[in-house]
Design a protein around this ligand. Structure first.
Ligand SMILES: [Cu+2]
Length: 133
């Protein structure tokens, strides 16, 4: 019956289009939502004490960004020719106080994870960030 063909085809075409759209959507959400977060592949967590150090040289914190474990002990070496500090810029999270040239000091990282920007109170343009995770 020629009467029933066109609607039938249209329905099939529509159904096919739907299926394609659904497949695409499902494929997308499957692909994007599958991750369970990172597992311990890049755990560079020296648990307190294995060479966690910031060196101050030429009015610069090196490295400027440091990631440590909660409560880690961090040694700050002043390898410069003038006195510096390494002081958290918010909440007084940590502060080495004055470190004379050629001297070093230690401080304890915060126990809660987060980013803790710091600077030198004597030279506020000196900046760095301690990340606790
Ligand atoms: Cu300084």
């Amino acid at each position: 019956m020629p009467f029933s063909f066109p609607p039938g085809r249209a329905r099939i075409a529509a159904a096919t289009a739907c299926a394609l759209v659904l497949t695409t959507l499902l494929g997308c959400s499957n692909g994007g939502g599958g991750g369970g977060g990172e597992t311990a592949s890049t755990t560079t967590g020296p648990s307190a004490g294995s060479g966690t150090q910031v060196t101050i040289s030429d009015f610069t914190f090196q490295p400027a960004s440091l990631t440590v474990s909660p409560g880690a002990t961090i040694t700050v070496v002043n390898d410069d020719t003038t006195t510096h500090t390494l002081t958290a810029t918010k909440g007084g999270a940590f502060d080495t106080g004055d470190i004379d040239p050629g001297k070093s000091a230690t401080f304890t990282a915060p126990s809660k994870p987060g980013d803790f920007p710091y600077d030198c109170t004597i030279h506020p343009f000196m900046k760095g960030t301690l990340t606790v995770e």
